[in-house]
Design a protein around this ligand. Structure first.
Ligand code: SF4
Ligand code: MG
Length: 282
């Protein structure tokens, strides 16, 4: 497999310079490095600029409705464990209308990877304040400044029992590729939240802003990524402006491996009828 195997002929709809290009390239490179065949990959996205990502990857692509990518992605994985399932979307899709699915996916631990392209704004609808916009952020929907506190998706993930919590930056390809590879290999729900600037509508949280403010945990040899408490402390100290693998549970057991009755265990048959012997046990 090469990068060409994961490209499609569809012309990109994204604005030149959009951070999402970096996330797309990193995902394609991660799949090449892991030598996963395109027909074994499914990208499931929600609505928003970032939701277009599946159109640009040669794999199965399920472009769902607003905020529902995680629900569809989990169902897909449970129906076919052979697939590498990547859920993808933006901060508005995932942490506003999709928040209910996010919280439950975190604690359910189905073996999928969730890549969030966080630009701290609604890009597709031309620049409104989003759930991750900073307090005071001025847009056409908050002309006198955002009065709310931003969602802390990384802290929420840690607090909800997520076994793999990582943060990347679309301009740091080397690091993001390694994070995505590790996330795909993690046995359970893996969050890869990426800072992916919207160059058209967000003039505050720009590439330069992140270059100046992000703390790279991978460059800190004293940081222990297996300590959930230390991870939470680090996020609170840095206001979540970190990159790297923040937390990784080496003992994660995915949801599907705890389900007593899936096809691989011979309990549910290929036609989805239940083995009579199992009914006896219920
Ligand atoms: Fe990217 Fe923003 Fe353009 Fe959407 S509006 S494609 S997020 S730069
Ligand atoms: Mg957004």
């Amino acid at each position: 497999m090469t990068m060409a195997d994961f490209r499609t002929s569809e012309k990109s709809w994204w604005c030149p310079g959009c951070g999402d290009f970096g996330v797309l390239a990193a995902l394609q490179k991660a799949l090449v490095d892991l030598q996963i065949e395109p027909e074994k990959v499914a990208v499931v996205s929600g609505i928003g600029c970032s939701g277009k990502i599946g159109n640009y990857i040669n794999s199965y692509n399920l472009h769902t409705v607003h905020g529902r990518a995680l629900a569809a992605a989990q169902a897909l994985k449970l129906a076919n464990r052979e697939l590498t399932v990547i859920a993808a979307g933006g901060d508005g899709d995932g942490f506003a209308i999709g928040m209910g699915h996010y919280m439950h996916a975190l604690r359910r631990n189905v073996n999928i990877t969730y890549i969030v392209m966080d630009n701290m704004i609604y890009g597709l609808t031309k620049g409104q304040t989003s759930p991750t916009s900073e307090t005071g952020f001025t847009t056409k929907s908050t002309p006198t400044g955002n009065l709310e506190s931003p969602v802390n998706q990384l802290q929420l993930a840690l607090a909800s029992g997520c076994g793999f919590v990582a943060s990347g930056f679309s301009a740091n390809q080397k690091q993001l590729v390694e994070i995505i590879k590790r996330a795909i290999q993690h046995p359970g729900f893996a969050l890869v939240s990426t800072y992916s600037p919207c160059v058209t509508f967000n003039r505050v949280n720009t590439f330069d802003f992140f270059k100046q403010n992000l703390v790279n945990l991978d460059e800190d040899p004293s940081y222990n990524r297996h300590d959930r408490f230390a991870a939470m402390k680090k996020l609170m100290e840095t206001q979540e402006l970190v990159t790297g693998i923040i937390y990784e549970d080496p003992e994660s057991v995915p949801y599907e491996d705890r389900v007593p009755g899936f096809r691989e265990q011979g309990i549910v048959n290929q036609d989805w009828t239940m083995d009579p012997a199992v009914w006896e046990q219920i």
